[in-house]
Design a protein around this ligand. Structure first.
Ligand code: HEM
Length: 418
């Protein structure tokens, strides 16, 4: 992945022409359907070598076992994103939210940091969020209802999770448009910055994001005792400024850059399948099954990377210490060894929970329960209010291969119910 990030587009294209599996994936337009490529990786073998310095797998069994293997960790610092960590904001170091957060740290730091925020995501913590989620969904539906035609992503799907996570972090009245801008710049850069302009935009976004967080933290230090996550983190005297910022940024970005696509992708699935819509209209409880099947069939996070701490053997191949293995979670989710008729969108299929959309092992998504709750509430609310919701224009895809979803999805409401 690191190699891919810094490798020129021309080199990726050349390797892709030669049939290299990683180059084919990275050279492909994000607008294209990636599933045939994931399938092609699986057909080549359980573990496939790329000439670009990494291995790939779409095997469900291998992805699950590597994710749970303590001999494997996340990529070393410096490998993932092109953020210059020596840059300064107002005299303070620019924190790299991707590389410095616990998402990509290994134990014992990972354990220490994850433990600090875990209580908000337990079943009990989630029950406390349910009312906020329902309220936020209804608020945004009220807002779009009079318009008739709107952008399902920008006007609805992107706003719900921002508001929910902002509430958890204690940022009322959050500027969702700014969060969305910062978050997208960051996440889209994860699988490659196309040019200097994109790199500058990324740094500018990060600077604003960080100045905002420094202010927020200073504010909480002056007025301690709140019951939000940032207040709790600030109360930990031994937590460094960098860890505090990286953890808060991770929650903000992971909390909405993914969930917006879960909502978008599940709405796309319903719009494209009259039988699924009919069932959902008949039984709003079906929303949970539609969301779960969307997570399997078209997951927002398409892949992750693991590296062995020591040289080892994987699926009969010797892998030198530190070699990245790209785990194609979205490919594993369509592995016929686990899912019958895997390309079929089939809400309620028996083994759906085996999917790897939220990863597995120690990095298993902390917000999985919240994401499921938001996805189901959004889908239920949307189709209850607009049973005739229809696509009203071309879907524009996000410019990312790591994160799959729509950037724009124009819809029209037809008959509106209250
Ligand atoms: C980790 C997916 C929503 C917070 C992860 C990972 C995946 C993932 C795949 C692990 C990556 C890896 O193993 O390398 C998703 C998807 C979501 C979603 C598909 C929505 C549909 C959320 C939400 C939150 C959240 C709503 C929080 C509010 C986190 C955190 C981690 C994480 C904190 C890091 C966990 C760790 O490293 O221990 N997520 N996520 N996610 N997610 Fe999510």
């Amino acid at each position: 992945n690191a190699t891919l990030l810094f490798m020129g587009r021309a080199a990726v294209r050349a390797h892709a022409l030669l049939g290299d599996p990683a180059a084919r994936l990275f050279g492909m337009s994000p607008a294209r359907d990636p599933y045939p490529e994931y399938e092609a990786v699986r057909r080549r073998g359980v573990l496939v070598k790329s000439r670009m310095g990494l291995y790939l797998t779409s095997s469900h069994e291998l992805c699950s076992s590597l994710l749970r293997d303590p001999g494997f960790g996340t990529l070393p610092a410096g490998a993932l994103s092109p953020v210059d960590s020596s840059a300064q904001v107002d005299g303070r170091r620019l924190v790299n939210p991707v590389e410095e957060s616990f998402l990509v740290r290994n134990p014992p730091d990972h354990t220490r940091l994850r433990r600090l925020v875990a209580p908000w995501f337990t079943p009990r913590g989630l029950r406390a969020q349910q009312a906020t989620v329902e309220r936020v969904v209804e608020e945004y539906l009220d807002e779009v209802a009079p318009r008739g035609t709107f952008d399902l992503v920008g006007d609805f799907a992107a706003r719900v999770p921002v508001q929910v996570i902002a509430d958890l972090l204690g940022v009322p009245g959050a500027d969702h448009a700014a969060f969305a801008r910062w978050g997208s710049a960051l996440v889209n850069a994860l699988d490659g910055v196309r040019d200097l302009g994109e790199l500058r935009a990324l740094h500018a976004g990060l600077r604003e994001f960080q100045a905002f967080l420094d202010d927020l933290i200073a504010h909480r230090r002056r007025r301690p005792g709140g019951d939000d996550i940032v207040s709790a983190l600030v109360a930990h005297q031994d937590l460094s400024r960098e860890d505090l910022i990286a953890t808060t940024e991770l929650l903000l970005v992971a909390g909405f850059e993914t969930t917006v696509n879960l909502i978008g992708n599940s709405v796309l699935a319903v719009l494209g399948d009259p039988a699924v819509r009919a069932r959902l209209l008949d039984d709003p409880g079906h929303a949970e099954a539609v969301v779960e099947e969307t997570l399997r069939h078209d997951p927002p996070v398409q892949y992750t990377v693991r590296v062995p701490f020591e040289s080892t053997r994987v699926a009969g191949t010797s892998i030198p210490k530190g070699t990245p293995i790209m785990l194609v979670l979205a490919g594993a989710n369509r592995d016929p060894a686990v899912f019958a008729d895997p390309h079929r969108f089939d809400p309620g299929r028996p083994d759906v929970r085996e999917h790897l959309a939220f990863s597995s092992g120690i990095h298993y998504c902390l917000g999985a329960g919240l994401a499921r709750m938001e996805g189901a509430a959004a889908l239920r609310g949307l189709f209850r209010r607009f049973p005739d919701l229809r696509a009203a224009g071309r879907v524009r895809r996000r410019p990312s291969r790591l994160i799959r979803g729509a950037a724009r999805l124009p819809v029209t409401t037809g008959v509106t119910k209250r």
